[in-house]
Each structure stands twice: as C-alpha cells, then as structure tokens.
Design a protein around this ligand. Structure first.
Ligand SMILES: C[S@@+](CC[C@H](N)C(=O)[O-])C[C@H]1O[C@@H](n2cnc3c(N)ncnc32)[C@H](O)[C@@H]1O
Length: 382
C-alpha cells in the first residue's frame, strides 16, 4: 500500500481525532493522486485514507484500522442506516461527510430515492460500489450531483447523472404532520433541507389556527407549510423561481393555501416594515452567508440586517425563529447578532429553550468542529 509520512504537527492533529492532513504537514508521499494510503509518523501508523496532492487537505482519513475502502464504505453505510433508520425510518441524511467519518461524501435518502454528492477524488471510483451497497437497503433510484467549487478544488469534473434507476416524479415524504415533494434532480442542494426537520416540527407546537406566519428564505416552504398545516395564514418569501413553484405544490399537497412572494428577502422585508406589517411568527432561514473565515465580518452584517428587519416584523408577544447555517458563525456570535439586531429594532427577545441545531442525522464529529454548523433559535419578541 502507498504510504504518506506526516510531521509532528500533522500527527498531533490526527491523534486528537482530526480527519484532515494539510499539505504543509506532509513530509513524504510515495503515492499518486486518488490512492488509498497508509498515514505514517515515525514508524507508527495513524490511519488510512485518500491522497490528493492537488488539494490543501492532502489526505483525508477514513479509518484507523487496516481495511480496504470497500470494507470501510460498506460498514459506514450499514452503521448509519441502522441508527438513523431507527430515528427516521427511510428518510434521512444517510452520510454526512466528516460527521459520519466519510470525508467529502454526502448522501440523502428519501424513501426509495437517494442523492449522492462527493468532494473526495479517491472516492469517485467507488461511486458504483456505493450505489450497489445502497440498493441492499431498498433504494432503487440514486442520483449523483457532482457539481460545485469543492469538486473543482479537488480536480473533479462537474457532472450529474443517475447511478441507478431514474425516477422522474418527485418523491413525497412525510415530516411531522406535513407532506413535501422532494425533487432530487431539479431542486436545490440535495432536494430538501433535512437538517431543519426537528426545528420545523417544533414550529408546529407553537403555531395555532388563525395565526399569521411569515416564512422568509422559504426554499420549498419547509417551515411555512408546517404552519399552514396547523391552520395558520402563511406568507412565503423566496428568491428562487423553481423553489417558489414548489412551495405552491407543497401547499396543494397539504390541501392548504398561502401567499408566495418571489423576490429578494431584504427588499421584501424592508417594504413590509415600511408598510407597518406585522406577523405572529416570522421565520428567517437564510443560506450560508459565511463559507470561510474571510466572509465572517460581511456575513455578520448581513445576519444583523436580516434579524433587525425580522424583529420589526413580529407582533408584540409573537415569535421570531432565526437560523444560521454558516459554520464560521459560532453560537455565541449568532446570539450576539440576534440580541444586537433586536435592540436596534427597539424590541426585546427572550429565547424559548436552548439554542437549537441541526437534526441528529447531520452528525457532529467533535474533532472536526465545522460539522456543527446550524443554529436555530426560537425567540419571543416584546
Ligand atoms: C437554507 S435555505 C431555506 C430552507 C427552508 N427554510 C426549509 O426548511 O426548507 C435558504 C433559501 O434562501 C433562498 N435565498 C437565497 N438568497 C435569497 C434572497 N436574497 N432572498 C430570498 N431568498 C433567498 C435560497 O434560494 C434558499 O431556498
């Protein structure tokens, strides 16, 4: 097997559980791009993983045991399907990359359909193997979404294709008391934001018939559809045209109506504030505004503005649900932003319970802190 020798610093990182070996910590590599390698330090083996000299993360560790990539992948798929299936049945984030000890690989399962994304060069030649293994669990249609900047950095092509099957119609999933269409081919990301599932179900507990609910950055309507199912009057704001159309379909699927505004959230909220509109519940779930450390300051300003407008739009005694899926924004940063933004809006906020996060199938692996990314707070607004 090819070997990669790493320095003291790289070894220290791996010994504390990290899965990444950075280029500057490689001493010598007797390997070619995409190889499965043994990671060594001064006569000691620290693990096994894939090598890619083109990437700043030059080795991604997949296992601490001497086993083949096939053995590791089959075991990870089985382990995660077992414990996630226990919670969620047949719809879950099956593999959450580093969180589930499979760096670079994301798999979402929606009943008999699944979508796969990969950002690790060495894994690409195992896609067919992964798909075959997945079929063992009752998945008949597997779509590969190989797009994005991460793949470019890794030297991987931009491709999309069915690995197995080819289901045309969107799949219908059930979540709490709501139903949703999931379009893995035409939809954003993997087709549905499963990470917010528990937070959307929590919303159902707080909404009652007749309440007015504004779902901003709505995507396919996740939060607002749950509110509509509870009998609320819902308004959705979403920039994407395809996603906006899907909101209407999801409302119909649940035999509900609602107002859908396709446009920029800040513009729309600004106009609503100027018109003096207010709602019993306002949900803010923007896309990741900070992807890395360089974006933090700009993103904080945007989150501040979004939350200031959101806070102004909540009735006295109403609820603000505010979220951030940017991993570089810490929970402490986030709560500071919400507090400051509410203050600027001349409102006071009380948090209902602890700050919430991503659904448990988006496993947080503590030595890779970026796996903990979602913050979601329910605030009562005075
Ligand atoms: C994290 S997703 C929301 C997920 C949704 N809450 C759910 O539960 O399914 C963020 C959404 O914001 C939308 N978006 C991005 N920029 C926007 C903007 N400037 N105005 C309105 N929507 C925007 C994206 O198209 C995406 O659908």
């Amino acid at each position: 097997m090819a070997t990669v020798e790493i320095n003291d610093r790289g070894a220290k990182e791996l010994k504390r559980g990290a899965l990444h070996v950075y280029a500057q910590n490689i001493v010598e590599a007797g390997a070619t791009a995409g190889d499965w390698v043994e990671i060594r330090h001064g006569g000691e083996t620290l693990g096994y993983g894939f090598y890619n000299p083109r990437s700043a993360i030059t080795v991604r560790l997949f296992t601490w045991n001497d086993e083949s990539p096939e053995e590791v992948l089959a075991k990870r798929l089985e382990d995660t399907a077992t414990w996630k299936g226990r919670i969620y049945g047949d719809t879950y984030r099956w593999i959450f990359a580093e969180g589930d000890l499979v760096p670079g690989l994301v798999i979402d399962r929606y009943r008999d359909v699944a979508v796969v994304k990969n950002q690790t060069l060495g894994l690409e030649k195992y896609l067919e193997f992964i798909a075959e293994e997945m079929q063992e669990y009752g998945v008949d249609h597997i779509y590969f979404k190989g797009k994005g900047a991460g793949r470019k950095r890794e030297g991987l092509p931009q491709v999309e294709r069915w690995l197995i099957g080819g289901k045309k119609a969107p799949t219908i999933i059930k979540e709490g008391n709501a139903k949703f269409y999931v379009d893995v081919v035409g939809g954003q990301k993997t087709g549905f934001y499963l990470d917010q599932r528990e937070n959307r179900i929590e919303l159902e507990r707080l909404v009652e018939s007749g309440m007015s609910v504004l779902d901003v950055f709505a995507s396919t309507g996740g939060f607002g559809v749950h509110a509509a199912v509870r009998g609320a009057k819902t308004t959705f704001v979403e920039l994407g045209k395809t996603a906006s159309k899907m909101i209407r379909k999801n409302l119909r699927l649940n035999k509900k109506g609602g107002k859908i505004i396709t446009g920029d959230a800040i513009d729309v909220m600004d106009k609503m504030v100027k018109r003096g509109e207010q709602y019993d519940v306002v949900i803010l779930d923007p896309p990741a505004l900070a992807k890395g450390k360089a974006d933090i300051n700009r993103a904080k300003k945007m989150y501040f503005r979004i939350n200031e407008l959101g806070a102004k739009l909540v009735n006295t005694g109403g609820i603000l649900v505010s979220c951030s899926c940017s991993h570089p924004i810490t929970p402490r940063d986030f709560l500071g932003i919400v507090r400051g933004a509410a203050e600027k809006a001349e409102r006071r906020v009380q948090m209902l319970g602890a700050l919430r996060g991503q659904a448990p199938d988006h496993t947080v692996y503590l030595p890779q802190p970026e796996t903990q990314y979602l913050k979601c707070g329910f605030f009562r607004v005075e």
